[in-house]
Design a protein around this ligand. Structure first.
Ligand code: HEM
Ligand code: HEM
Length: 232
């Protein structure tokens, strides 16, 4: 359950952040929603990384088949149409999952940086569109795997069910851990929204203090006419 809950919270916050960024003008009063959703996505990634160390069998990074041998074996079975019997992520999905988690974190960090350093905007855009490309590959991969395995993987990501042989299932859905993650994310979002000062477009972050979300680019810098003597 924590893996599924974190997946859909990540997908929702990422798509929401991207949608808000491309649909809203940066001077729009609602643009900070973009940042809020982006920070939420980053928090979800941090919790998923934590879950990758202390979580259930197939959610742990240690169980991800990342080695070159597993990759070559999977490539062979993949091209011959056979199944090499991975219960958790297969090697492609494991690499894709790590790449997506890292790229979402990269997008959020560069986004937070471009609030203070306008030259980071290009880097932030690059990371954002790179992450979107990876996610598009991910969704195509899910559709192809679903067709090849004749098993609805997206549904499995909702109801937690997957076809496995006896003994390979998990003994518990770990609802308490899922609830803990949701409560933590809800508290963080509530806290951020609560500290938002609309007049100054600023939020108060723990340890950092007040962060003003403006200005962020030369397009928004006011032009001031100087008297001729001062132009030199
Ligand atoms: C229509 C949208 C989506 C569908 C149907 C979908 C479906 C899935 C499925 C079925 C898996 C499990 C793959 C497996 O069995 O190996 C998965 C994993 C994953 N997906 Fe998606 N996904 C979607 C959107 C997204 C988006 C937008 C993101 C990123 C922002 C994302 C990030 C991930 C990650 C990081 C994993 C690894 C899960 C983990 O181990 O925690 N997905 N997705
Ligand atoms: C992780 C999810 C995020 C995604 C997918 C994302 C995506 C984007 C995209 C595509 C743009 C360009 C919009 C355009 O020019 O049309 C943008 C702009 C921006 N983002 Fe993000 N972003 C994310 C997170 C963040 C975070 C966490 C922050 C800050 C805390 C942030 C701050 C900004 C700012 C200030 C701009 C405007 C920069 C400019 O003037 O071009 N973003 N974002």
């Amino acid at each position: 359950l924590p893996t599924r809950v974190l997946h859909w919270l990540l997908a929702g916050s990422f798509v929401g952040a991207f949608g808000a960024a491309v649909l809203l003008p940066k001077t729009h009063p609602a643009f900070p929603i973009h940042m809020l959703l982006g920070v939420t996505a980053a928090l979800v990634v941090v919790l998923r990384i934590l879950w990758g160390f202390v979580g259930t069998r197939y959610a742990r990074f240690r169980s991800f088949p990342l080695g070159p041998r597993a990759l070559v074996r999977h490539l062979k079975t993949f091209t011959t149409g056979r199944d090499d019997g991975h219960v958790g992520h297969d090697p492609f999905a494991s690499w894709a999952a790590l790449a997506m988690l890292a790229s979402v974190l990269g997008v959020a960090v560069t986004g937070a940086m471009c609030v203070a350093v306008p030259s980071m905007r290009r880097v932030h855009h690059l990371f954002a569109y790179g992450a979107v490309a990876l996610i598009a590959v991910h969704v195509v991969g899910v559709v192809l795997s679903t067709l090849r395995r004749r098993e609805n993987l997206a549904l499995g990501m909702l109801d937690g069910k997957k076809m496995v042989t006896a003994g390979q299932g998990l003994p518990s859905t770990r609802p308490i851990a899922a609830l803990f993650f949701v409560a933590l994310i809800a508290a963080a979002v509530f806290e951020l929204v609560g500290t938002y000062d609309a007049a100054n477009r600023a939020v108060r972050l723990p340890l950092i203090g007040q962060v003003r979300l403006r200005p962020w680019g030369k397009r928004h810098v006011a032009r001031v006419a100087l008297p001729p003597r001062d132009r030199d």
